[in-house]
Design a protein around this ligand. Structure first.
Ligand SMILES: Nc1ncnc2c1ncn2[C@@H]1O[C@H](COP(=O)(O)OP(=O)(O)OP(=O)(O)O)[C@@H](O)[C@H]1O
Ligand SMILES: [Mg+2]
Length: 356
């Protein structure tokens, strides 16, 4: 018995060592492969590294990388304040970093043809309703922020759930990120919608990454972390849902005196989201509430919250309201290349149904 006990670990050790050696050699191989890949890439574009920027040593580069500034582009489009916050550098050196990053990147103008080519990569996520898709020019666009505002029960959360499911219809590897601020994400609802779309509910649920945001700072941090899911974890994120965009901000900043602080934070948040959408060609969907305008005598006495900041940052804005007999009306109120219009649909167990 004793002998056995003694020999067993030895055998295990040998095996382990072998495994370790095997791992080492394969690790070395991949390292070499990465190195050659990097070298050829550098030769091709003579790419500058973050550590080549003025005032950025290994330690600063690491600080920058931990908050997502791991390439020149991310630094070139950052604000000095963001870099100061990340590294503790002075304003002058932060500005120098940005200028150096900008001058080494081809950040100039591109031709209309180039932009068109980029736009050809844009995909559109189906809502499951033909009339709604037509209103949106084929579906919810990647590379942009789409905002839905409307009163309670108008269907904003339903659309969020639908997008999380439907992005997987075109591309089974697609991942949806759901930042839930009001505890309204329901896996049971996803199962219903997945069945309605003819997809495997279990698989669909696996490809949705949900995070509860407990306050506005947490929400902003989660939005920043999506970049890691893409870059570090290699996930094919196609849609990021923030439901609701505004609830925490609205609850935390009460009164006129705090309005400018709220708007500043919201501005930063929207900036992160639009960069995320554009750089990764993914669809950002945010929901917004409405407030009543007591001084409005004509037309609709409600208006979206968030003011100009949310309005300008959103590429598409949809106003949702309840229609006749439990139906819903979606009105496109702002879009860069689509006509304003309306459509009618019903929310049903398996998805949306057209009402002509
Ligand atoms: N399984 C279902 N089958 C049919 N209709 C459903 C189903 N689940 C939800 N709905 C419809 O969706 C409505 C809720 O909409 P939703 O939760 O999207 O509203 P919301 O705009 O997000 O509201 P809030 O501002 O309160 O968050 C329900 O009142 C119901 O009409
Ligand atoms: Mg909701």
């Amino acid at each position: 018995m004793q002998k056995l006990k003694l020999t067993e670990p030895i055998i295990n050790k040998e095996i382990k060592e072998e495994v370790v050696v095997e791992n080492e050699s394969s690790e070395q191989e991949t390292k070499e492969l990465k190195k050659t890949k990097k070298e050829t890439k550098m030769e091709k574009s003579k790419e500058m590294l973050v550590t080549d920027l003025p005032g950025v040593g290994a330690a600063t580069a690491e600080k920058l990388a931990t908050v997502g500034y791991n390439n020149l582009m991310s630094i070139a489009v950052a604000t000095p304040g963001e870099l100061i916050e990340a590294t503790g550098a002075s304003e002058a050196s932060a500005k120098k970093m940005i200028i150096a990053a900008r001058s080494n990147l081809d950040m100039g103008f591109e031709s209309g043809a180039d932009v068109l080519e980029k736009r050809n990569n844009i995909t559109r996520i189906s809502t499951g309703s033909n009339v709604f898709n037509t209103l949106m020019g084929g579906g919810f666009e990647t590379g942009a922020i789409t905002e839905c505002f409307g009163e309670f029960g108008s269907g904003k959360t339903q659309i969020g759930h639908l997008l999380a499911v439907n992005c997987q219809k075109e591309d089974p590897s697609a991942v949806a990120v759901y930042i839930d601020t009001e505890n309204t994400f329901r896996p049971e609802r996803i199962i219903q919608l997945a069945k309605g779309a003819g997809l495997n509910p279990e698989q669909v649920l696996k490809n949705i990454k949900v995070a509860r945001a407990y306050n506005s700072d947490h929400q902003m941090l989660l939005a920043e972390k999506v970049e890691d899911l893409i870059k570090k974890n290699g996930l094919n994120v196609k849609v990021v849902i923030i439901d609701s965009l505004i609830a925490h901000f609205r609850a935390e900043f009460i009164g006129r005196g705090t309005l400018s602080e709220r708007q500043q934070k919201l501005n930063k948040h929207m900036h992160v989201l639009s960069k995320l959408a554009y750089m990764n060609n993914l669809c950002v969907y945010v929901t917004n509430q409405v407030m009543s305008k007591p001084d409005q005598f004509f037309g609709d006495p409600t208006a979206p919250i968030g003011g100009h900041i949310v309005a300008h940052a959103s590429t598409f804005r949809i106003y949702l309201r309840k229609g006749k007999k439990g139906t819903r009306v979606a009105k496109l109120v702002d879009a860069p290349n689509l006509a304003d219009g309306e459509c009618n649909f019903a929310v049903e167990e398996q998805g949306l149904r057209d009402i002509e």
